[in-house]
Design a binder for this molecule. Sequence first.
Ligand SMILES: Cc1cc2nc3c(=O)[nH]c(=O)nc-3n(C[C@H](O)[C@H](O)[C@H](O)COP(=O)(O)OP(=O)(O)OC[C@H]3O[C@@H](n4cnc5c(N)ncnc54)[C@H](O)[C@@H]3O)c2cc1C
Length: 368
Amino acid sequence: MVRVAIIGCGIIGASIAFELSQFPELKVTVFDKQPPAQGSTGAALGVLMGVISHKTKGRNWQLRETSLQRYETLIPELEAVTGRKIPFNKQGILMLCSEGEDLSKWEKLIATRESQGWQLELWDRERVRDLCPHLSLNDQIIAAIYSPEDRQVDPTALTLALVDAAKINGVNFEFGVEVQDLMGGQDAHPTTNSPSCGTGILPVAENFDWLILAAGLGSSALTASLNQLIDIRPVLGQALHLRSANSVGNPDFRPVITCDDVHIVPLENQEFWVGATVEFSENGGEIQANADMLAQVMAKARSLCPALAEAEIIRKWSGLRPRPEGRPAPIIEMLPGNDRVLIASGHYRNGVLLAPATARSIREMILQ
Ligand SMILES: Cc1cc2nc3c(=O)[nH]c(=O)nc-3n(C[C@H](O)[C@H](O)[C@H](O)COP(=O)(O)OP(=O)(O)OC[C@H]3O[C@@H](n4cnc5c(N)ncnc54)[C@H](O)[C@@H]3O)c2cc1C
């Protein structure tokens, strides 16, 4: 029996737990200091920008393609096993292109995607107007890109379903346990080796054959405790949940609308998520949510979809995206100098998109 500890139960840790749970030779325990999906995952909009992204080759495209393909089977599989409903929008993403946008770049991407077996379409303004009468196409909107095979999923519902499905397959979850000292040195918990002691400090290394660090922003401190700092820093994002009293848009065609980095995500019952800001720390200190930046996101959403001006704001929130410092996201690799510690963190703006592919990569590293 191979004993695996996963630290962190956001979308990444939960996806890895479910993937590994399908191999009976692995005995998996997941630790999180909080209940599942409370970190970055709980703030995410769940927009899966794969085909419409400009990544066309190498690891970046492979991870996206693997995830998009896996999502098509993963969602129905989890719903069947857990009985949970996972909101999954299969109507694609419609990106409005503003004046100054180089449409020839999109034409090239459309051709590349066609050669890769994926669909992407360039729409003129009339087509957008016909199918999305609720959008206001001012003169600055010159065209749109429609990506029918991209998706949007509710990140919290998905994480909870992954946890339930992994539990059914025998994974042990220890919530309320903060892991601090991976090596269980002198300063670690003094009296017990039990991984379920539930106290502040937990020496897990001696109890497991593999450690998987999926702790998002918490992964930096964990790697530091192994003398291998992987620097992951926060980038704040704010978003809003709106409810409209009236029907907005075409009930038969409700893709995610995106323009200049602002997403309008349709939910059930005339509700929408709108977001998100991208806010960096100014001199390395804590990031304070900037109300003006959220107002700009809302103003952009209203200019695209005027009916949202009448909608009630039900909730505002913010979250911290885990961004690797000085290297590309995400980090999925063996921790240098530690041949049984794997890191799966730093997914920055695409953790929900990349979760299934990350889980597969980790499984392949463990079960070579
Ligand atoms: C506003 C916003 C919008 C976003 N929209 C999208 C989107 O549309 N599409 C997309 O793909 N991505 C999106 N993202 C990014 C996405 O949310 C992240 O990339 C993803 O959630 C990262 O998942 P994670 O599991 O690595 O981290 P987290 O979800 O942060 O999970 C890490 C977990 O580790 C636990 N932990 C940390 N340290 C310890 C420790 N020492 N001991 C025990 N437990 C620990 C934490 O409690 C937490 O539960 C968005 C993010 C934000 C903030």
